[in-house]
Design a protein around this ligand. Structure first.
Ligand code: F6P
Length: 336
């Protein structure tokens, strides 16, 4: 973001800053909350926790926080502030209630930890009311423009890799082909990373069209090479449907194939955050308070090439990080 950008305003002294987590929980959200709370206190600002995301903002579920409120949470998954999705926040009347509640509670600025849906709401709230808001990218999907990694992604892929390694043992022991579904909503970051890391035989992600005939040819070729088992990673959102649907389509074409389906599901969202997620959450949480103190608003704070980077909410919501095409090739080459 350029220095003379309209996202920088002359800022009055901040006395109270609200913090909330919104959308799907992600490991590292607690580390981010801890960082926001302690960085605010360090700067003589009173942090206020808002429970259950925008729902709590609209329903005034506020709690003042102290340094000890966030003791020992850096290693915990989930979010101590709880989270929710509130589709009604698209409506102006809900945002008007939210801003009224913020003003009534003398909250001068807000940190929103969540995904692009949460940032859309934050952008509207900030611009309609000239209210200082910054966002931190918290989602396992890694689908947010303006940051190399989102808070939670590293933990999610490590959890998935651990699970798939275990599935591999059973696949090998029983000569099975497993179709393993991983999360990611409409993006294949979790799929591609876990496929490379587990040496999957095939990878199906939304960014690439999947042809079932070619997939079957490929799997048969694998069998001719005396590979008796296999792992096919299926990311959510693929154009051929879920892992269950794809496994059924393959089974219809190769009836003697012994297939199994495992959907990893929400285990990818939970658990103690990795070191990378804790450090990312801690540095970005601190940067969020520094940004608000400097008068920066209506931006998401991410990390690009190791440096803190501000991306206007509107841009973070409109754009997407592309999947690295080279990595798709690497996944394919290494599965030969
Ligand atoms: O955005 C995080 C995520 O876990 C996606 O990967 C997944 O598509 C979605 O949330 C699942 O949402 P829910 O928990 O509401 O079913």
């Amino acid at each position: 973001m350029k220095e003379n950008s309209e996202n920088i305003k002359v800022q009055k002294k901040l006395n109270r800053i609200g913090v909330l987590t919104s959308g799907g929980d992600a490991p590292g959200m607690n580390a981010a909350i801890r960082s926001v709370v302690r960085s605010a206190i360090y700067n003589n600002i009173q942090p206020v926790g808002i429970y259950r995301g925008y729902y709590g903002l609209v329903n005034r579920q506020f709690v003042t926080m102290q340094s000890h409120s966030v003791s020992k949470i850096i290693s915990q998954g989930g979010t101590i502030l709880k989270s929710s999705r509130l589709p009604e926040f698209d409506k102006r009347e809900y945002r008007d209630i939210a801003i009224e509640n913020l003003r009534e509670a003398s909250i001068d600025a807000l940190v929103v930890i969540g995904g692009d849906g949460s940032f859309r709401g934050a952008h509207l709230l900030a611009t309609e009311n000239d209210f200082p808001i910054v966002g931190l990218p918290g989602t396992i999907d890694n689908d947010i423009f303006g940051t190399d990694f989102t808070i939670g992604f590293d933990t999610a892929i490590n959890t998935a890799v651990e699970a798939i390694d275990k599935i591999r043992d059973t696949a090998d022991s029983h000569n099975l082909v497993f179709f393993v579904e991983v999360m990611g909503r409409n993006t294949g970051f979790i799929g591609l990373y876990t496929a490379i890391a587990t040496g999957a035989e095939a990878t199906i992600i939304p960014e690439v069209h999947t042809d079932i005939d070619s997939l079957c040819d490929y799997l048969l070729k694998e069998r001719r090479k005396n590979k008796t088992s296999g792992i096919v990673i299926v990311a959510e959102g693929s154009d051929q449907g879920s892992a269950t649907e794809i496994a059924a389509k393959v089974k219809a074409k190769i009836p003697d194939y012994e297939t199994r389906v495992t959907t990893l599901g929400h285990i990818q969202r939970g658990g103690s955050p990795t070191c990378n997620d804790r450090v990312l959450a801690s540095t970005l949480g601190n940067a969020s308070i520094n940004a608000l103190i400097s008068g920066i608003s209506d931006v998401m704070i991410g990390q690009v090439n190791g440096l803190v980077a501000y991306t206007p909410f509107a841009e973070a919501c409109a754009k997407h990080n592309p999947i690295n095409q080279k990595w798709i090739e690497v996944a394919h080459i290494l599965s030969l």
